[in-house]
Design a protein around this ligand. Sequence first.
Ligand code: NA7
Length: 538
Amino acid sequence: MAVESKELKLDVAVIGAGFSGMYMLHQLRDKLKLNARVFEAGDGVGGTWYWNRYPGARCDSESYYYSYSFSSELEQEWEWTSRYPDQPEILEYLNHVAERFNLKPDIQFNTWIESIHFEDQENRWKLTTSQGQQILAQFVVTAVGCLSTRNTPDFPGLKSFAGDWYHTGVWPHDGVDFSGKRVGLIGTGSTGIQATPVIAAEAEHLTVFQRTANFTVPARNAPLEPETVVDIKANYAEIRALCRESAGGFPFLLNERLASDVSDEERKEIYDALWEIGGFRFIADSFCDLVTDLKANDTAANFIRAKIREIVQDPDVAEKLIPTSHPYATKRPPIDTDYFETFNRSNVELVDVRESPIEEITPAGVRTAEAEYALDILVFATGFDAMTGPLLAMDIKGTAGKTLAAAWETGPRSYLGLQVAGFPNLFTITGPGSPSVLTNMPVAIEQHVEWITDCIAHMRQQGLSRIEAQEDAQEEWVEHVSAAADETLYPLANSWYVGANVPGKSRVFMPYVGGMDVYRQRCHDIVKEGYKGFAFER
Ligand code: NA7
């Protein structure tokens, strides 16, 4: 690990050592030969996969394409063991990458960046760590992830709880022993849906507190057969090319048929077959209008609702589990292993907190408007202050001392999700306004890292010292991001995509829904047009 020095001068300071920060470091240091260092709050690499160690934590993208594509040696030597990699395996992979590319000596761990202030005259940033260390850098690249600032609802009485409580996003490294315990779990997003069956199998009793019933389809996880691994490795070039060409960064193109193109019977057969295949194929291989046409969406939503009624034995519990508040996939669609089946267990209870809200946490457990639930352990699977949270958690001040918080008072504004006007030489990997969370993340990350690398290389070659997104280009992009969202059903849901999960957050659809393929082309064209929308200075 890099050693802290009092005032450090860098070409580039990178914040965060997850998928993005690690690849960014590799590009800056090993390709451009720049003096770069990564600052990481944790004591290891991995980002999301370092922090989210909750039971059942697993990726929803399949292992063979939820990985870096930049090194064919890496993809040939690494062996994934299951269809969807679990958290320990992804963390092991990321540690392997860090070792293989000798990244750790240039990552400063246990370091929280408190402030990032622009020094206008010098065209450089001054960063301050929580330990008081100061760093001067020409460029700053934030690689802080989209879902890394935890959302812990401020329930009255939490401090009085006599048991132990945990947020899934900062799980103890040596795990939590649920055996013989009465456990409460708040939240039924992707995390709660993954954790529920695993905790239920271990705990004496599990109470799931659900605010919004969620759609989920089976993941159908399984070990990867040796022949499958051989086949994947033989076809990696094609797989990666498909990932780069597709709208979602997946190695399969969206089916182009409409839900109305087929009869009711055929549609049911298609959904039945995809339910068996599992995972995001349910969306990609069914119909292309599920998130743009409410009638089409209803066909998928009603199919899943019927499945819930079929799986869950108690009809009252089934009705509570049936989502009615939003169209399918307009909240991030989870995939699961035995989620609905878990509610057939005698040690699992479902509490609808929309019907009877949580009023307080008591020393003994959780008290809703109707009853008190005695608990030994409370798990918050309550998500994140998504996309803007990790950036606003730092005190970022751009030109004329304007803070990022002020610039984003009414919601995030950026050019391509890569830069913010008024914040020169600051790049935001998978920032709001880019496809990010709507894609297979490593694909979006690699595209941003490579674009930033090329941009800095261009500046060095041309003797340019400052790049800044232009207000008018930013305005146009913000409008485009919002118009693209308005063509879909996404804005109908109270999701973290629009910030609805965090009280008081401006309601803005944050990721770019126009597709990774379209976005990639746009970024490419902008470079071809002489970095249109960006201003440079010598
Ligand atoms: P999510 O998807 O934001 O889910 C959080 C869950 O917690 C969701 O069910 C929320 O209900 C619930 N929640 C949040 N605040 C409260 C309060 N105050 N009371 C009761 N319930 C609450 O986060 P995840 O960690 O599951 O997933 C995040 C992403 O990580 C995921 O989408 C993948 O991309 C990976 P709500 O639906 O808001 O009513």
